[in-house]
Design a binder for this molecule. Structure first.
Ligand SMILES: Cc1cc2nc3c(=O)[nH]c(=O)nc-3n(C[C@H](O)[C@H](O)[C@H](O)COP(=O)(O)O)c2cc1C
Length: 174
C-alpha cells in the first residue's frame, strides 16, 4: 500500500552510511524532475542541479565535505542575480528556492526507496573550485543519496526528537 505523505515524511531519516550500490538513471531522473517542478519565488527558477555520480567526482567532493560513502550527490546551486528579491527589505530568495528544490528531491528519493543526507557542512570554496562553479552561482545545499547501510530510524522517533507541536505553533498572535 502506498504511504500517505505523513508516513513518507516520518519514515525518512538522515543516512550516514551507504551500500556500494549505484542509483539507477531512472531513479536519478525522477529525483531531478522532483527538483525541477519545485516552486520558486515568482517562478524565477534560479537553481542548477550539479549531479556527481562517478567515483572521481565523489572523491573530489570528499575534499569539501563528508559524503558518507554515498554513490550519488546533487549540489543544489543558485544564481543570486536571477532570483526574486523582496522589494521591502531586498531579501534574495535564491537560498530558499534551492532549499525547497532540495527538499523535493530528498522526499522523492525516499519515496523511491532510497536514503539521503542533506549536507550544508561543506567548504563552498572547495566545491566551487573542484566543480568549476561560476562566480554567479552559489552552492547552497548538497544532497547525498544511495541505499542506506545503517539501521533505519523509527518513524515514531519524532515524539522524542522534535519539539512538541504546542510549543512551536501560535494562533492569532505570537
Ligand atoms: C539545512 C540542513 C543542513 C544539514 N546539514 C547537515 C550536514 O552538514 N551534515 C549532516 O550530517 N547532516 C546534516 N543535516 C541533517 C540534520 O542533521 C538532520 O536532518 C536532523 O538532525 C534531523 O534528523 P533526521 O534527518 O534523521 O530526521 C542537515 C539538515 C538540514 C535540513
Amino acid at each position: 500500500m502506498d504511504k500517505t505523505f505523513l508516513e513518507l515524511a516520518k519514515s525518512r531519516y538522515s543516512a550516514r552510511k551507504y551500500e556500494n550500490k549505484p542509483v539507477s538513471s531512472d531513479k536519478l531522473s525522477a529525483i531531478l524532475e522532483a527538483g525541477r517542478v519545485a516552486p520558486t519565488a515568482a517562478n524565477k527558477q534560479p537553481c542548477v542541479f550539479l549531479v556527481l555520480n562517478d567515483e572521481e567526482s565523489i572523491a573530489k567532493l570528499s575534499n569539501a565535505c563528508t559524503p558518507h560513502g554515498a554513490p550519488l550527490a546533487i549540489v543544489v546551486c543558485a544564481e543570486k542575480d536571477t532570483a526574486w528579491v523582496r522589494p521591502f527589505d531586498k531579501s534574495n530568495m535564491s537560498e530558499i528556492d534551492s532549499t525547497i528544490a532540495c527538499d523535493h528531491m530528498m522526499l522523492c528519493a525516499h519515496d523511491l526507496g532510497l536514503s539521503s543526507c542533506w549536507i550544508t557542512y561543506f567548504n563552498p570554496c572547495v566545491v566551487r573550485k573542484e566543480f568549476n562553479i561560476p562566480d554567479s552561482f552559489i552552492p547552497v545545499n548538497i544532497l547525498v543519496i544511495g541505499y542506506s547501510a545503517g539501521e533505519p530510524q523509527s518513524p515514531g522517533r519524532h515524539s522524542q526528537t522534535r519539539k512538541p507541536l504546542d510549543s512551536i505553533v501560535k494562533y492569532s498572535s505570537f
